[in-house]
Each structure stands twice: as structure tokens, then as C-alpha cells.
Write a protein that binds this ligand. Structure first.
Ligand SMILES: Cc1cc2nc3c(=O)[nH]c(=O)nc-3n(C[C@H](O)[C@H](O)[C@H](O)COP(=O)(O)O)c2cc1C
Length: 341
């Protein structure tokens, strides 16, 4: 098990506030890093590479000011790059990450050795998110430093695998950093991810419901009001299977079970849909923008705290959980008569 040493020293908790389309911006990233967890955002949350660079400059200068005024190290920050033919900005955005020496690059939908090489050239780390074993093995062969195991019930483009199955199998061939994703909402969940063999926890939905996220108030309220039964897993909205808040599908006039428009047989978009208008009965329905994604962990979320408070709460829950675990094992000492001779 390992967390890159340059990251370990700067962390309050082994947590990455994961990148979320339209949700993560500089405020969420900066407050996460100040609180001691890795803050990240997708490069595509800005409309152009020029605007993306403006965010990089803003984040770096705010973190530098924090470090100077407090004498404390902020946690590193990260950028998510979509490595897929549908992303025409990949080359330009990667060049900006190299220029600004972004400490962590999270690649999605494709792992390529050239990206890994570019990031390693300045000492950056590459974590790649995967939802199945085939992609995990392929990514490992490109030299990524970490694999993010996106399991069943996660927000966004989720997998279907159980974390028990997926993490154990990844560990059999990968000795880098393993990050577990899917429904991690509490400090106890973070501890459980480590007990389970992961090095770090990847938390998305929990960070939508913070003061600093860019999600609108109605989205946050829907998360507070929802539980796991209110999540629909469908490829219809985004082109590949993802989890969405069922009430937001209903508000767009879509079928709550399938995400399809009524009467549609096969409406799956052919391309990955990053915020395009959808063919839905309600005009203006847009993937991610009005049809909101969240993971099955919503049932554990009933507040919208500032990031600093959330991380403080996660920390105390984490410490309590690890102490509880240590005590728990004392009750299960092997009885002498049951020892295997
Ligand atoms: C609203 C939303 C948008 C997301 N957008 C992205 C994205 O742009 N890039 C990405 O790599 N992952 C994206 N994800 C997935 C998250 O980074 C992460 O894998 C997931 O949220 C973890 O599961 P959890 O939400 O159950 O914690 C998104 C997730 C959500 C909920």
C-alpha cells in the first residue's frame, strides 16, 4: 500500500475530492486543499483552454497565499483530463498542466503512455479512473501511478463491480496507489476503504453538498432529500452508464426507470454527452446541467457544510472508526482450543 510520499506529508486525510463536471471549481479545490484533502476539477469545466489556464493561475496563487500566511502546507491539487477522441482540447490542456506543473493529473476514458510521460517529466503523478479489470490492466501497462477503482453506486460514470471484488483483483497485479470510489460519504467509510486494502478514498457526491461547490441550491436540496432508491443508472443521458437523481429525470419529463423519453426505444447518444441539450419532453433539459448526477451514497448526506467543516467532521469520524476497529479485533482473539495445530 502506498500514497506518493510528496502527497502523504500534506494530507489531513487520505481523501481526494473528486473532479465533477460543472460542480468543481476553484473555490471547492482551494478549500479542499486548505483543509488537507486533494482538491480536483475537470479541465472541461472551463469553456476554453485560456479560461482553464486562468483557473490554474488563480488556484496556485490562492494556495501560495494560504501557505505564506499560515506557514502550513496545503494539500496538492489535481486536474481531470478526458483522454478520448471526443475531447479536442486534450493536447492544449495537457500542455498547460505541464507548464503549471499540476501535481496530480486524473485521466478518464483512456490511458495513454504519452500523457503519463508528459506528467512525469515535471514530477507530477497520474491517477487513472477505471470501472472494470480490462481497463485497469491496460492503464497499469501505461505506467500510471494510481488506479481509481470506480465501483457500483458511484456518482457520474459508475461501474457495477463490488469494491471487495475490484480492489482485491487490482491488488493482484498493481503495486501503485489504489483509490476506491463509490458511495464514500463519511470518515468511517474512508477508514473502511483503507481496511479494505485501498490507499485513499475518492469522494464525489459528498462534496457536491458543500457551500463551495458550483451546484445550484435545488440540486443540493435534492441530494439531502434523496436516498439510494432515488438513483437511476442509465446510459441514456450521457452515452455511457451513469447514475442520476431520479427526481431530476422526472422533472425533465424522462422515464424514471430508464432515463428515456416516453415511447423512445433506443435513444442512447452515440457520443459522450458533456452538457449537450437532450431530446427530452421538457425543453432545455441538459445532461449534467438540469439532469443531475449523484451516487447511491446520497442517503448518508443531510447537510451542506463548508468544506472546512466537512473535512473536520470526516477527520473525527475517521479517527473514531480506526480506534473502534482496533478495539473490535480484541474481541476476536483465536481461542486456544481452536488454534490450528
Ligand atoms: C455530478 C458529477 C459529475 C462528475 N463528473 C466527472 C468528470 O467530469 N470527470 C471524472 O473523472 N469524474 C466525474 N465524476 C465522477 C467522480 O469523479 C467520482 O468518480 C464519483 O463521484 C465517486 O463516487 P461518489 O459520487 O459516490 O462519491 C462525476 C461525478 C458526479 C456526481
Amino acid at each position: 500500500m502506498s500514497i506518493p510520499s510528496q502527497f502523504q506529508e500534506q494530507l489531513t486525510l487520505p481523501v481526494i475530492a473528486s473532479p465533477m463536471f460543472l460542480v468543481s471549481g476553484p473555490d471547492l479545490v482551494v478549500e479542499s486543499c486548505k483543509a488537507g484533502v486533494i482538491g480536483t476539477f475537470p479541465a472541461l469545466n472551463q469553456r476554453s483552454s485560456e479560461d482553464f489556464e486562468a483557473w490554474l493561475v488563480d488556484i496556485k496563487s490562492r494556495l501560495a497565499a494560504f501557505e505564506e500566511s499560515t506557514g502550513q502546507k496545503a494539500a496538492p491539487f489535481g486536474v481531470n483530463l478526458i483522454v478520448h477522441g471526443s475531447n479536442p482540447r486534450l493536447e492544449a490542456d495537457l500542455a498547460l498542466c505541464v507548464k503549471h506543473e499540476v501535481p496530480l493529473i486524473i485521466t478518464s476514458l483512456g490511458a495513454v503512455p504519452e500523457v503519463v510521460k508528459s506528467v512525469h517529466s515535471y514530477g507530477g503523478q497520474v491517477f487513472h479512473d477505471v470501472a472494470n479489470l480490462r481497463h485497469a490492466k491496460k492503464a497499469a501497462s501505461t505506467g500510471v501511478d494510481g488506479l481509481i477503482a470506480v465501483c457500483g453506486g458511484a456518482g457520474g460514470h459508475a461501474g457495477v463491480l463490488s469494491p471487495f471484488a475490484f480492489v482485491n483483483e487490482i491488488r493482484q497485479f498493481f503495486s501503485g496507489t489504489v483509490i476506491l470510489a463509490g458511495c464514500i460519504s463519511t470518515g468511517r467509510d474512508v477508514a473502511a476503504a483503507q481496511m479494505h486494502g485501498a490507499d485513499m478514498a475518492y469522494m464525489g457526491t459528498r462534496f457536491i453538498n458543500t457551500q463551495e461547490s458550483q451546484a445550484v441550491a435545488e440540486y443540493k436540496a435534492m441530494i439531502v432529500d434523496s436516498d439510494a432508491a432515488d438513483i437511476t443508472y442509465t446510459p441514456e443521458i450521457s452515452g455511457i452508464p451513469a447514475n442520476f437523481l431520479t427526481p431530476s429525470l422526472v422533472a425533465a419529463g424522462l422515464d424514471p426507470k430508464t432515463g428515456k423519453a416516453p415511447g423512445e426505444q433506443n435513444a442512447s447518444p452515440k457520443e459522450i454527452n458533456l452538457g449537450e441539450e437532450l431530446t427530452a419532453p421538457k425543453e432545455g433539459a441538459k445532461a449534467w446541467k438540469t439532469i443531475w448526477s449523484a451516487g447511491q451514497g446520497v442517503g448518508s448526506i443531510d447537510d451542506v457544510p463548508p468544506v472546512a467543516k466537512l473535512v473536520a467532521d470526516l477527520h473525527s469520524e475517521y479517527v473514531d472508526a480506526t480506534v473502534d476497529f482496533a478495539n473490535l479485533s480484541r474481541g476476536y482473539a483465536l481461542k486456544p482450543q481452536r488454534e490450528v495445530s
